[in-house]
Design a protein around this ligand. Structure first.
Ligand SMILES: [Zn+2]
Length: 324
């Protein structure tokens, strides 16, 4: 059997918080419990938000936690997305050669005007406004739009009305219609930035990633990614999504929750206490016991991780630590 290779792919746009540590831990445990490798990819596609110093700090936090990586990190340009633009261009060119891409001149306001956000999660499905249909009328209209567009166009991938079926290792069988749920999606944004979907597929494939463990908020990006794998003739990994960590209001933990970022957590806990706490919330142990990352490897079991989102107390003082 092929050796498992998993990855952690954070965006260095701030200090790691509890939710990031939880994702990193589960992905690391899944890889290590199968004797696999774990790589660290820096997803710094957004130059406005991402900073090198955050990536350096993130690596320091991972070391403090005892989550070691076999390849990657900020010092290795092969694993840093901002150093890989030429590669993404090559793959965009392949899709263009297949006749499947087109320029989109729409502003965000244009797109909002044509479609109400999805009720469930606020996503906007693009209605194909700029998609060519082979008629001279539309070609003329698009040429007019191109001439009057004040910025470079975004590049979109045309998707068919087709169901994508796959099995998530944790959430089971999924069936999603590409046209209905995703629509023609962006490969390169109008500001020239590479879109997440293309970069992540190209990177996971070229880096030999066999297993992707990440938050279930990304479950709906799988159909788009699988479609790209198919078009580009690349080997897709196994996907294993994990429940999200939420506050008491049911909102996903995010960087705004200052009390749960690594600066505060490192002052408050030892690595073993923090990992024990996360393992407890993830269902791997039945009480909060301090344990090292290495000690958690034999305790990792997908069957114990819930599929519903996991609520954690917003205030650290409320976190259970009686057994620590
Ligand atoms: Zn458009």
């Amino acid at each position: 059997m092929k050796k498992i290779k998993s990855r952690f792919a954070p965006s260095p746009s701030g200090r790691m918080h509890l939710g990031n540590v939880y994702s990193a831990l589960l992905s690391w445990l899944s890889a290590r419990s199968q004797g696999g490798e774990w790589i660290l990819r820096i997803e710094d596609l957004d130059p406005q938000r991402c900073k090198r110093e955050y990536a350096v700090q993130l690596e320091d936090d991972l070391r403090w936690l005892g989550l070691d990586w076999d390849a990657g990190g900020i010092e290795d340009a092969r694993y840093v997305q901002s150093q890989r633009y030429d590669i993404y261009q090559t793959y965009l060119d392949k899709l263009t050669a297949l006749g499947l891409t087109y320029p989109c001149y729409c502003s965000r306001a244009d797109i909002m005007a044509t479609q109400a956000p999805h009720e469930s999660d606020g996503r906007i499905v693009y209605q194909g406004t700029c998609r060519p249909d082979g008629t001279p009328e539309r070609a003329a209209w698009l040429a007019h739009r191109a001439a009057s567009c004040p910025h470079a166009p975004a590049i979109r991938l045309q998707v068919p009305d087709r169901d994508i079926c796959y099995t998530d290792l944790h959430y089971g069988a999924q069936r999603v219609n590409l046209a209905e749920a995703c629509g023609d999606f962006i490969l390169r944004r109008a500001d020239g930035a590479w879109a997440y979907q293309l970069a992540v597929v190209v990177d996971d494939a070229l880096m030999g990633v066999t297993e992707v463990v990440r938050g279930r908020d990304l479950l709906l990006s799988v159909p788009q990614q699988l479609w790209l794998y198919q078009l580009l003739d690349l080997q897709a990994p196994v996907f294993a999504h994990i429940p999200l960590l939420c506050n008491e209001q049911g909102q996903r933990l995010c960087k705004r929750d200052q009390s749960l970022h690594m600066g505060v957590l490192r002052d408050r806990y030892t690595p073993q206490q923090l990992l024990g706490l996360i393992a407890y919330y993830a269902g791997l142990i039945d009480r909060t016991t301090p344990l090292s990352a290495q000690e958690l490897i034999p305790l990792f079991d997908w069957a114990h991780i819930p599929t519903h989102d996991i609520q954690v107390p917003a205030s650290l003082s409320d976190l259970p630590h009686s057994t620590m």
